[in-house]
Design a protein around this ligand. Structure first.
Ligand code: ACO
Length: 150
């Protein structure tokens, strides 16, 4: 997978609040805009946790708006001799950019970040509809997701 000349892939920037990050996330789930101040607070907190949160984005250069994003979070275990597990979260590609392999490129980038961080596996939760997409990204089905809302 590769980017077209109209697009740029890079780490999330604190200024991306103004580049439609929340509008992009609405393709995924309810993502009410928390405002610039809270956005900066959350970004700063994540940056203060070394080697833990990696969010990558794809920017449409002409409009200077985000068109895809995804996060990998590194969990530190007691098991597996203090092993590290990568969790992929919040993958979103804007509707008009879907089908251009941007989702695949985001996943491959996050997978590589997890590998470079020293993780022994990468896991994620998804809907049944998205199983074919993740299989094409190289994942296989294992276990079941459980949830309790608090
Ligand atoms: N069903 C079947 N195949 C699919 C689907 C699907 N829903 N989505 C993509 N594919 C296939 C493509 O056809 C392509 O196959 P090919 O290589 O044979 O041509 C391959 O998967 C790669 O597709 P991309 O073009 O990279 O997919 P896209 O950029 O459209 O991104 C994504 C896929 C992320 C699911 C996008 O449609 C999206 O943002 N959907 C809404 C939000 C969402 O559901 N996000 C994932 C939530 S799960 C999580 O975050 C861990």
């Amino acid at each position: 997978a590769s980017l077209g000349p109209d697009l740029e892939l890079r780490p999330l920037a604190v200024s991306d609040h103004a580049r439609g990050h929340f509008e992009l996330l609405t393709v995924l789930t309810a993502a009410p805009n928390i405002g610039q101040e809270a956005y900066i607070d959350r970004f700063t907190y994540m940056q203060s946790c070394p080697n833990t949160y990696y969010t990558v984005v794809i920017v449409h250069k002409e409009t200077d708006q985000l068109v895809a994003c995804g996060t990998v979070f590194v969990e530190r275990k007691f098991t597996r001799s203090g092993g590290l597990v990568a969790h992929i979260e919040d993958i979103a590609v804007s509707k008009k950019m879907q089908g251009r392999k941007l989702g695949l490129l985001i996943i491959k980038t996050l997978e590589e970040l997890g590998r470079q961080a020293g993780c022994y596996k990468v896991i994620l939760d998804c809907s049944k509809d998205n199983i074919p997409f993740y299989e094409k990204c190289g994942f296989k089905h294992k276990e079941y997701e459980m949830v309790m809302y608090l």
